[in-house]
Design a protein around this ligand. Structure first.
Ligand code: CMC
Length: 428
């Protein structure tokens, strides 16, 4: 027998069905709540609100579990590649050899972007943050492919937009960086794999020969896999809600990039390094910053710590911490900031404030240290996150569309002034 939940209000009982997912998570289905009782629910920050059912990513914050389409993140990070994971997230299954080759070939074929995009890029001042530049260029794709504005276009056309996004994202990301540096942009090299092509476009200069370091390319591939999806977080919910109005996929992804930018979300990886650098410049006293984070009169937070969902540990942080050690050793980099990060982590993990609030290092705590070792500048860290998260956003957008989800439109409880008459200016 299916379960239900009861609500009593003003002497009347209401019954709502309880739905259960494949991992036994349960939710009260309140779709008929307002129609039957006149009530709505209020849940700032959506801490208890499921916005959708989804078959893409499962995470259990209490147990520290993360799986894409049922596959453990630990296995994918060790054995798969970013493009294979992208295929898995978007199409639901691991690809066969032929499917993988076709997918990679299609992506490689579409890496080039329209020359006129360069004119848009040239309009940005060199101090423009690369996240703003990236989201603008992705949104500009609506102008170059206006057919994407048609909500009723064929599956084939939708798929072409998906391929274009994955193919062009490294080109846009590296061009945003080149704009900042005042260097000429590089064109894609389709003889290279996804990450090597990104690295070459990012770092090659016309005056010098550039060889991609396979250690760097493989570390980057792993980082992208770890960031590829994370169910209904702030940027993904943004992508789904913008897409639910039937806006173009390019506009939806561009909105997701903007949501990711903030320091409480993807922007945290930049803030972590800035925080660690500040601690180093201030004499390396981790304890002092821990105290600042605990002080309710101080707005300072320990960046890279805490998570809305993970209350035990973030499994991605575990993999990244180990990867940071490996990468730094392989590249022969000795970064004093890694020692400060480890000291800070140890101090926080044994501090009652952090224990009581179940605050653990999140994915962003160590990712910046690897990015630094790979030569990626600090303000490009969130762009790297966006590059990794792209297949997740696409998969979630596609699922929202295929589910035929209604337009996202939360309600509110109004707390403003009651009805009053307009007062002309000379009487105010
Ligand atoms: N440093 C100090 N105190 C913290 C921190 C922190 N990093 N995070 C949470 N707290 C405290 C917070 O002050 C509150 O204390 P109290 O109960 O005494 O008022 C308690 O812990 C609960 O915090 P919250 O803000 O209600 O929790 P939330 O679920 O709304 O916020 C968070 C989650 C990730 C925004 C928050 O932990 C945070 O600001 N962390 C730092 C930023 C960060 O690293 N963000 C990256 C998240 S992972 C990457 C991604 O997916 O975006």
């Amino acid at each position: 027998m299916s379960e239900s939940a009861k609500l009593s209000f003003k002497g009347q009982d209401y019954e709502f069905p309880v739905i259960t997912g494949t991992e036994n998570e349960s939710a009260i289905d309140i779709a008929k709540l307002r129609a039957s009782s006149g009530l709505i629910t209020l849940d700032p920050g959506y801490k208890n609100t499921g916005a959708t059912t989804s078959a893409i990513t499962f995470l259990d914050g209490e147990e520290g579990i993360l799986r894409y389409r049922g596959y453990r993140i630990e296995d994918l990070a060790e054995k798969s590649t970013f493009l294979e994971v992208s295929y898995l997230l978007i199409y639901g299954e691991l690809p066969s050899q032929a499917e993988y080759e076709n997918f990679s070939k299609e992506i490689t074929h579409h890496t080039l972007v329209h020359e006129d995009i360069k004119k848009i890029l040239e309009g940005f001042p060199s101090n423009a943050h690369p996240m703003g530049v990236l989201s603008s260029m992705i949104c500009a794709l609506t102008a170059f492919y206006p057919e994407s504005l048609n909500p009723n276009r064929s599956e084939e056309e939708v798929n072409l937009s998906i391929i274009r996004l994955i193919a062009k994202m490294p080109t846009f990301a590296t061009w945003a960086y080149k704009n900042e540096m005042g260097h000429p942009v590089n064109y894609p090299d389709n003889s290279l794999d996804y990450c090597s092509n990104f690295l070459k476009m990012m770092f090659a200069l016309p005056a010098e020969k550039f060889d991609v370091d396979p250690v760097v390319a493989s570390a980057l591939d792993k980082l992208l896999i770890l960031h590829a999806d994370h169910e209904q977080n702030c940027s993904t919910s943004t992508v789904r809600i913008v897409g639910s109005s039937q806006a173009s996929i390019y506009a939806s992804i561009s909105a997701g990039i903007n949501a990711l930018w903030g320091p409480l979300h993807g922007g945290a990886n930049q803030s972590v390094i800035e925080m660690l650098e500040a601690i180093k410049a201030d004499g390396g006293d981790a304890k002092k910053y821990l105290d600042k984070a605990k002080d309710k009169n101080d707005p300072f937070r320990l960046m890279g710590f805490g998570h809305r969902v993970y209350k035990n540990f973030d499994p991605r942080a575990k993999i990244i911490k180990k990867a940071a050690d490996d990468v730094l050793e392989k590249l022969g980099v000795n970064d004093p900031i890694l020692d400060i990060a480890k000291e800070l982590e140890q101090a926080a993990l044994s501090d009652q404030y952090f224990i009581d609030r179940q605050l653990y290092p999140n994915v962003d705590f160590y990712s910046g240290i690897i990015y630094r070792a790979l030569g990626i500048p600090t303000d490009m860290f969130t762009v790297m996150f966006a590059l990794g998260r792209l297949p997740g956003w696409i998969a979630q957008w596609k699922e929202m569309r295929e589910n035929g989800e209604p337009i996202g439109r939360p309600r509110q409880i109004y707390t403003g002034a009651n009805e009053r008459d307009y007062v002309s200016m000379n009487r105010r």
